[in-house]
Design a protein around this ligand. Sequence first.
Ligand code: ZN
Length: 409
Amino acid sequence: MNEYQKEMIMRELSTLKSHSPFYAQKYKDIEVENIKTQEEFEKLPFTDKADLREAYPLGLAAVPEKDIVRIHSSSGTTGTPVVIPYTKKDVEDWAIIFERCYVMAGVTDKDRIHITPGYGLWTAGIGFQAGCERLGAMAIPMGPGNTDKQLRMMEDLKSTVLCATSSYALLLSEEIKKRGIRDKLCLKKGIIGSERWGDKMRNSIANELGVDFYDIYGLTEIYGPGIGISCDYRNGIHMWDDYIYFEIIDPKTGKNLPDGEIGELVITTLRKEGAPLIRYRTHDLTRIIPGECPCGSRFPRIDIIVGRTDDMIKVKGVNMFPAQFEEILATMKDATSEYQIMIDHLEGKDIITVYFETNAVGDVREAAEKELMEKVKSKIGVTIVPKAVDIGYLPRSEKKTNRIFDNRY
Ligand code: ZN
């Protein structure tokens, strides 16, 4: 926590309860106005999505209703939506940080920005649009769907920047390839919503489209997309730490983790008026990347989101999650991307068995097992039992495949 963040947080806390009925209730037994240090701040209870849901519809508002100029809402799968109120200043601030994202990606007022994320209650499209207009570039507000029209507009209007989710970028790139129209397009850059997708797939789409990709991060509860973006070095996401304060915590214990360790991203807003949030749990897994970025930006970095907290397991005191195993398998010549992890408790010890598919037989297969064991030991820090199996041995699923079976409890 730097001095500026500390000042902003303490100032926010000093009046929080008088503005926000939500936090007046949530922190009713805590004298938040007297919090003076980072240590005290780190003891404050987290805010979680379930809390926000309970405040439906407008219980999060921390300003008089006349000051609310817009709402956004994140749907969620469990029914009651979360509604986030924005003041005029919140909307402006969001455009300011979004403009910064474009600048970080080298987008200028000469660019034509093709915006495919949706418009509406969800925050995505309108954020891309507001940042674009503030920058002075030309917005092409497509929204999602209707691939024919997307490609026609992309061609005729000479879009130079594509904004999309990774899956939609994939779909468009496949369609462009199929129709053989790449040479007619003017795309130079892609700004892609940060989600976990393999480097292999990312590079192949980037090559297909002939563009440089930038990962943009955000969530509806905290403005929306645009609170951070990767730079030309693509080694993490620079976060706008003068608008948000972020921490990485152990999702199981809630304790703060040192820089470099993977845990859950927790965000506190520094300037939001409509719905300030204190220690909001994103459930996204990432880490703070220590040190300076070669690009020279002073803004600190988090890693690309590696998963969700629901995916995480703790074995032998070490937190681990599927993405780590996927990354290791991707570096192995004699392994496919199919794998399964079994965790058992035998004779007082946790045993991790990792099944992976391979074409290799005999000595090569044994060598692949040894390679996996050593790589897991050095990258994740646990000893596993590697088990190579034939291609097709592990179950396939059209839905999200369950990779981890924890048989300990
Ligand atoms: Zn950088």
